[in-house]
Design a protein around this ligand. Structure first.
Ligand SMILES: Nc1ncnc2c1ncn2[C@@H]1O[C@H](COP(=O)(O)OP(=O)(O)OP(=O)(O)O)[C@@H](O)[C@H]1O
Length: 535
């Protein structure tokens, strides 16, 4: 992996959940239905950065985070961590990945075991992963200084595991030992701190905290350095450090989660995630369950920890103000797909995708002027990932859906006609309730005589705007087809005239600094007509 390579590379990741997939369903002949929670997402996360993943509820953010960590099995695609496909890892390599990539969950109430003390909660990953580890690639050595004796007569060795308490520099863990001649009285003082050894012959060796030193006299003086702490002591110290680092105190280690506030519990979740010295942390809505007053404190803590421990974050959030406050780059997700990726300032100041625009527009603003202006807020719900729209998945809600080339029509009018057509296609119009009670007889078809009144009443209900004459005629003909409940003919007529490129072609996210998957942005996004793969 070169220095320019990302730490995490997600490539075509897919995660489908299957419904109607039980034995009983199969016995009754029901076909399994895929829930396309994540449908071919690709993005990179560079070392040391925070990438935000934003989108409305249900668009697949958490599933993306969980699948890329291997907490869910992928349906397809790959995720590289430090250049290795994590789905190919096994044995020690898989254990290393699980240690290096951690998660902080949204809900600090359900993610902490209520029966464990917080000391046990933070110790648990250390026990599971058998911390502290010694790194076989790290060399261990002793730097010897002498005082009152010749350096030439001292030989020194260090145990292989001293790297568990001495930080290696350039692959070498060095213990510093001072060997000096003493008289008997000063020897007693030196021994009292537990880090020195008296030798009857009048030599004492001192070593730094957490290490022990043994001295023998043979031809010369032989010094051996080893670790002076038990595994339990080392774990206790690490847990105390972590808990204090996240803003709690060591005397709270024996307490249970219910004795803490939401913000404090999230701090415990963060300490647990950091216990194994990870490089990468997925933060899944880390502050959404917290009071507004403590959200900023937790975000600031995460920011400080990132700088201190060189962490790389994927921050999942539906909250744009959190994203703006914390992230370097942002990926916008809609219905299982990434629609735009860019540096945070570019994305907020120059959003390209109509979905990103709509998300930004729907955030309440402080300035009265802006609040008063006509906002393009997001209407309707995210469609179901069981049956996502063809082409661009946002086109059913998009205020900028592209009209056919030869159709001279205002954008808003076209949007209305598209919405009308979609309702007809879904048969989502109540024909029975048109007009006054019993005015139109649908069972035998509305009579020729009453048809103009039926069409007028229906049009009045379905369209707020007046249409240009040409479109008025097309729509009236289609609505007249509904008078005989000929839904297919009406839908076909509307499709023939109003089908958009947005529903025919899937726009693709390009590469580069600020890519966007939208047909409004030219050739690059329209270059392929390949349909999505069927499950
Ligand atoms: N285990 C599951 N079985 C079936 N469908 C699932 C499962 N988990 C998630 N889904 C569906 O997958 C889609 C994406 O869910 P996901 O939780 O990833 O979205 P999200 O963007 O994180 O939303 P939220 O912020 O509400 O959690 C949703 O439609 C959800 O109902």
């Amino acid at each position: 992996m070169s220095a320019d390579d990302p730490l995490v590379r997600v490539d075509g990741l897919q995660k489908y959940f299957w419904e109607n997939d039980s034995l009983l369903d199969r016995l009754f002949g029901d076909d399994p239905v895929p829930v396309r929670a994540v449908d071919g997402v690709s993005f990179d996360i560079r070392e040391g950065e925070t990438l935000g993943l934003v989108g409305e509820s249900g668009c697949g953010k958490s599933t993306t985070g969980e699948t890329l960590l291997g907490l869910q099995d992928p349906t397809d695609g790959r995720v590289e961590f430090e250049g290795e496909n994590v789905y190919d890892l096994s044995g020690d390599d898989l254990t290393d990945f699980r240690r290096s990539a951690q998660v902080v969950f949204q809900d600090p109430f359900s993610s902490l075991d209520p029966r464990m003390t917080i000391g046990d909660i933070v110790t648990q990953p250390l026990s599971i992963h058998d911390w502290p580890w010694t790194d076989g690639d790290v060399e261990t050595t002793v730097d010897v200084r002498t005082d009152g004796i010749s350096r030439d007569i001292v030989t020194a060795t260090a145990a292989d595991d001293i790297d568990t308490v001495v930080d290696p520099v350039d692959g070498v863990a060095t213990a510093h030992v001072t060997v000096r001649a003493i008289d008997d009285e000063s020897a007693a003082d030196v021994d009292a701190d537990g880090r020195s050894v008296d030798l009857a012959s009048g030599v004492v060796a001192e070593v730094e905290e957490d290490l022990a030193v043994a001295v023998d006299r043979d031809d010369g003086i032989v010094v051996r350095v080893s670790v002076d702490r038990s595994t339990a002591q080392l774990r206790r110290d690490r847990v105390t450090d972590l808990v204090e680092r996240v803003g709690l105190s060591a005397d709270q280690l024996d307490r249970y989660p219910h004795e803490f506030s939401g913000g404090q519990r999230q701090r415990i979740g963060i300490a647990r995630a950091l216990a194994l010295e990870p490089e990468f942390v997925v933060l899944d809505e880390p502050t959404s369950a917290l009071d507004v007053s403590v959200q900023a404190q937790v975000l600031n803590l995460l920011d400080d920890l990132q700088a201190e421990f060189d962490l790389t974050y994927l921050l999942i959030s539906h909250d744009l103000s959190v994203i703006r406050h914390v992230c370097d780059r942002v990926a916008v997700m809609y219905l299982g797909e990434i629609v735009e990726v860019g540096p945070v300032d570019d994305l907020f100041e120059d959003p390209k995708h109509p979905y990103t625009n709509a998300l930004l527009e729907s955030v309440p603003r402080a300035s009265t002027d802006e609040r008063d202006r006509d906002r393009e807020t997001l209407s309707g719900d995210v469609p179901s990932p069981r049956d996502p729209p063809s082409g661009c998945r946002f086109r059913t809600r998009c205020p900028k859906v592209i009209p056919p080339e030869d159709l001279e029509i205002e954008q808003e009018t076209y949007r209305d006609l598209m919405s009308l057509r979609e309702r007809v296609e879904r048969r989502d119009v109540s024909l029975e309730s048109v007009g006054d009670d019993g005015q139109f007889d649908l069972e035998d078809g509305v009579s020729d005589e009453k048809r103009p009144a039926f069409v007028a009443a229906l049009k009045d209900r379905l369209l707020e705007r007046d249409l240009p004459a040409r479109h008025d005629e097309i729509v009236e003909t289609a609505l007249a087809e509904l008078a005989t409940e000929d839904w297919d003919a009406a839908a076909a007529r509307l499709r023939e005239h109003y089908e958009s490129v947005c529903e025919r072609k899937q726009p693709h996210l390009g590469n580069g600094h600020h890519p966007v998957a939208c047909h409004l942005y030219g050739e690059a996004s329209e270059r392929t007509e390949t349909p999505r793969s069927d499950p």
